[in-house]
Design a protein around this ligand. Structure first.
Ligand code: ADP
Ligand code: ADP
Ligand code: ZN
Length: 214
């Protein structure tokens, strides 16, 4: 199964992708996570990426496209994957079409998670993750059962993304409206676009996605 989760920053793509990974035995391919790993490595490219990401801008299509092209060749993608944060521009969507066509493969679903803009800002500014296992949390909407302890792995170490501050969020939302939102039309024109109500609570969104995926 190959699917795309579309949606603005904070729409809940990562949260749902992790649940679908477990439910369907497919892997989450988050371009944001891949880029953050490159930044954390301290490489020269990482240093350039860090500046672009902290300004809330998109990194170049060429870099992202080659990153995804080599990632989908890896063994763990054989059973399928969930694209989270890619494609983010029309050029990326077209490159993905071509890449799949060359391999004789097809996307199964493209699902957009629709969330109000005010809710996005609130979600992003309250977001944090377990530093050890990557489980996602939120200050108000998704707290660990025991305060300060990760539900999944018991760790007490958490981290917040450098770009999850209100100022950067505003530029990320502008990038989204201008460069990413038009992608929905790309898939709509192919008759492939489905939507779920991303304002519903986390379990309800998972149910809506599973209804589509079967
Ligand atoms: P994205 O990957 O689309 O940027 P995330 O999955 O990281 O978004 O979610 C952003 C924040 O919102 C996280 O802190 C997460 O816990 C919270 N969140 C995700 N889905 C929901 C939801 N349906 N209702 C309320 N909060 C949510
Ligand atoms: P979110 O969905 O919460 O906005 P991501 O983790 O997907 O965040 O992305 C974080 C940042 O990484 C983006 O603001 C952008 O700078 C960069 N990025 C991630 N994916 C892409 C992509 N496909 N094309 C260009 N830039 C990207
Ligand atoms: Zn953990």
């Amino acid at each position: 199964m190959k699917l795309i989760l579309l949606g603005a920053p904070g729409a809940g793509k990562g949260t749902q992708a992790k649940r679908l990974e477990e439910a369907y035995g497919i892997v989450q391919l988050s371009t944001g996570d891949m880029l953050r790993a490159e930044v954390a490595s301290g490489s020269d490219i990482g240093k350039e990426l860090k500046a672009v990401m902290e300004a809330g801008n998109l990194v170049t299509d060429d870099l992202i496209i080659s990153m995804i092209a080599s990632r989908v060749e890896q063994d763990d993608c054989k059973k399928g994957y969930i694209l989270d944060g890619f494609p983010r521009t029309t050029a990326q969507a077209e490159a993905l079409d071509k890449m799949l066509e060359d391999k004789g493969q097809k996307l199964d679903e493209v699902i957009e998670m629709v969330v109000d803009e005010d809710a996005l800002v609130e979600r992003i500014t309250g977001r944090y993750t377990c530093a050890d296992c990557g489980q996602g949390y939120h200050d108000s909407f998704q707290k660990p059962a025991k305060e300060g302890v990760c539900d999944k792995c018991g760790s007490g170490e958490f981290s917040r993304r450098a770009d999850d501050n209100e100022e950067t969020v505003r530029s990320r939302l502008v990038s989204y409206r201008e460069q990413t939102a038009p992608i929905a039309e790309h898939y709509k024109a192919k008759g492939m676009l489905k939507t779920v109500d991303g304002m519903a609570d986390i379990d309800e969104v998972t149910n809506q996605l599973k209804k589509i995926l079967g």
